[in-house]
Ligand binder design. Sequence first.
Ligand code: PRX
Length: 651
Amino acid sequence: MSDHAIEALLLEGRRFEPPEAFRARAALRDPRIYEDAQRDPEGFWASIARELHWFRPWTKVLEWAPPYAKWFVDARTNIAYNALDRHLGTPRRNKAAIMWEGEPGDERVLTYADLHREVSKFANVLKGLGVRSGDRVAIYLPMIPELPIAMLACARIGAAHTVIFGGFSAEALRDRINDAQAKVLITADGGWRRGNVVPLKRNADEALEGTPSIQHVVVVRRIGEAAAIHIREGRDHWWHRLMADAALRCEAEPVDSEHLLYILYTSGTTGKPKGIVHTTGGYMAGTYATTKWIFDLREDDVYWCTADIGWVTGHSYIVYGPLLNGATAVMYEGTPDYPEKDRFWAIVEKYGVNVIYTAPTAIRTFMKWGPDHPRRHDLSSLRLLGTVGEPINPEAWVWYYRYIGGERCPVVDTWWQTETGMILISPLPGITTLKPGSATRALPGISAEIVNEQGRPVGPNEGGYLVLTRPWPAMLRGIYGDPERYQQQYWNRFPGMYFTGDGAKRDEDGYIWLLGRVDDVINVAGHRIGTYEVESALVDHPSVAEAAVIGVSHDIKGQAIAAFVTLKEGNAPGTEAVETLKQHVVKKIGALARPEQILFTGELPKTRSGKIMRRLLRDIAEGRIMGDTTTLADPNVVEALKNRYEEEVGS
Ligand code: PRX
């Protein structure tokens, strides 16, 4: 893309100070907050936690027995109470909590009082189905209000939710339900996506053939007749029927601060996706505080996070963080290009969105579509822009700043993970001078470091591994049912430090620049996928002998999946085989894991001990000069593969 204005801005190496009008009214304006927090991190977190409601106060802010942390020890609270009931005695009672826009254009606004009523009723429904404190409830829903209602209803009675993104396949759903041993599944007859029906209930039926822990299924009617689903008597119940009979009142159960709030599955370097465990008190304080500081929400703001609630961004920054702050959040069911490529900007205009939070991959897509789509709409309500999920390239940052923010809105590039639960590295929009492409610095109370292989801090502008050197309130409390993997994955590499899996550097001003994953995790359009998962899906196909999967650079998605596949004797390579294998991965995992490229090869480059050399495959795919190949069992394999790759995919 050639945009001279953007190139000029970047060439200047321009820094962006908080605009005076923004700073004057910002929630945080005083940079001394960093030093205050540094001096007494526990006191700092305690003071923000005190803004919330605790049925019983804590005896100790933090108990740290590495790698296990307990925050707000012995306290009792309830996150749904804090997100809803706490606002009812205030003028927020009749304020919009969620403004929902369905894909076909249907709308629903729920005030805090409405949401409280729906959540209380559904909490009674869950109790009626036998759900008790500590039980797990699986949720496989489209982006409809019943999704946050179901999550908050679980939290209200002390049950844990595990939300499974609606784009996951039946098999992926089944694995997650089984790992969590969920008792109830909440799904819908379908969801809308680009005018088509996503067959959630049919996927669920397939999954439910192998999920013995599930006793009941609640089905939301989103589509109606057209979904043509089957209701199995005794097991399946319509949401609206159960709700029609549900009692209005259900007191929020005071739970221990460390009570299990939710499990969210994410990809790791090896094995099946891991269930990241989040508990109540620390997660609540962390998401509350970061939403307040980073999104700088004012009482009458309209805030829109465009993520799907199936990912952690939606958990923390559509549901919990905004509701804990008594904010008004927009929630949208569909995609940015349906019915037209200006849908996001039409929504911003329609609801008067003030703060928008989206992903670099979306911004790069908007760049490709060109500025005429946003130009058709009045975006003057916007005053703050956020991004998350992957490194943002400076061009995309400046495009966002210029064409969406009209050069008046700060951009907060927020770094965090499913495991961290809350944003940890981000500008504070009323304080921080911005550099396009940098997430700037760790938030007050957070200690991040960049270290070398030996765990020692690296110098300015030297690349290294991003680690966290002190516990933070919303940190994961483990991997569900697998303490060894928790220890090994995050804490063994650098003793006493949490290893993020990300590479980073710090510049001469101390600004942090994220450099992407350093492990076998690929970030495709902001979605995290393990190479191992895709390889397992490929070798699961009867025609495949061996597969190696890598991430390759992609203009829009940041990274895309490339697979090198060896077929078993008697199977022919070709476009048909490529299609079959792509489809197979979609069936095993979901469309988000579909490989962009599949290259067949007689052999994969291996070391003499038989390890596949992914580094070489990456070099081949990126068209780089090949590194040292002397450790290879058969160096000719690489040369042959390189030629094939260039022929088929282009270098
Ligand atoms: O590599 C980092 C990247 O996304 C990973 C976490 O993915 P997930 O758990 O799915 O959570 C995504 C949303 C919080 C990180 O290890 N990542 C996330 N935000 C950024 C980022 N990389 C660079 N800059 C960011 N702002």
